[in-house]
Write a protein that binds this ligand. Structure first.
Ligand code: FPP
Length: 246
């Protein structure tokens, strides 16, 4: 709703490579510096009472980056998760990772499972990291499970299978089931694309594209984004009058 803090803010953390290049450093230093921005954004979200903060950390497409960059990124994330878990616990933050887990190394999976387990009863901010994620992958896996389960249910009853598509049923199979759709999407570094991120879930999301590179993203930039969000009229495809009467 307008005037209130958004319930779910999602961020495409972009510009790490360019930030590093500007300082004459290797790309991986940009990712390293980006971890501090993750910390700041998480703190800010918790302070503001935002319920869900989600971060696009690694896309399906990122698997095709040079092997050493992929390994360095995995290493960084595992390290950060390990190091930050006690702080997450202390601050009542629930941690979740969403994505195509079948492509992640076992060592990474173990650390994720342990951090998720340790924080699962926390009731404050929910911090979601999208890892090995793509919007098309999500819709396809949801559709696949949906159709198969409907077919099996029909088979179990001995009934002929007739598929009747239902949007809310499909949503219940998305990897984000139970998480409200993002109210606000921020993509840093001035790029204005969705890049196969949350496709279904951003149907009514407000988009904001600041120029700042992710490693430079601080609380003031996050506050700017909230101010822009508050100033916009959210019509949900309705007329202003209909929205005012809600
Ligand atoms: C995009 O910049 C950024 C990434 C692909 C990785 C982001 C990941 C982190 C900052 C680590 C996060 C850690 C945790 C624990 C969630 P880019 O490399 O595409 O930059 P460029 O467009 O300038 O090349």
């Amino acid at each position: 709703m307008m005037g209130r803090v958004p319930e779910h803010v999602t961020i495409i953390m972009d510009g790490n490579g360019r930030w590093a290049k500007k300082q004459g450093l290797k790309r991986v230093f940009g990712h390293k510096a980006g971890v501090e921005s993750v910390r700041q954004a998480t703190e800010f979200a918790a302070e503001k009472g935002i319920k869900y903060l989600s971060l696009f950390a690694f896309s399906d497409e990122n698997w095709s980056r040079p092997q050493d960059e992929v390994s360095a990124l995995m290493e960084l994330m595992v390290d950060a998760i390990l190091k930050e878990t006690p702080t997450l616990v202390k601050n009542n933050v629930k941690f979740r990772v969403i994505g195509d887990m079948s492509r992640l190394p076992q060592r990474v999976l173990d650390k994720i499972a342990s951090a998720e387990d340790t924080t699962k009863l926390n009731s404050g901010l929910c911090l979601i990291v999208f890892l090995s994620y793509s919007g098309k992958w999500d819709i396809m896996q949801a559709f696949d499970r949906y159709v198969n389960e409907e077919a099996s249910a029909a088979e179990a009853k001995g009934a002929k299978f007739k598929f009747i598509p239902d949007q809310s049923k499909l949503e219940s199979y998305l990897s984000t089931a139970g998480i409200p759709d993002p109210d606000l999407l921020i993509r840093t570094s001035g790029e204005q694309r969705i890049s196969n991120y949350l496709l279904w879930q951003t149907a009514y999301t407000e988009f904001y594209f600041p120029e700042v590179l992710w490693p430079d993203f601080r609380k003031t930039h996050f506050q700017d984004a909230l101010d822009v969000y508050t100033a916009r009229e959210r019509r949900y495809g309705k007329t202003g009058e209909q929205v005012n009467n809600l």
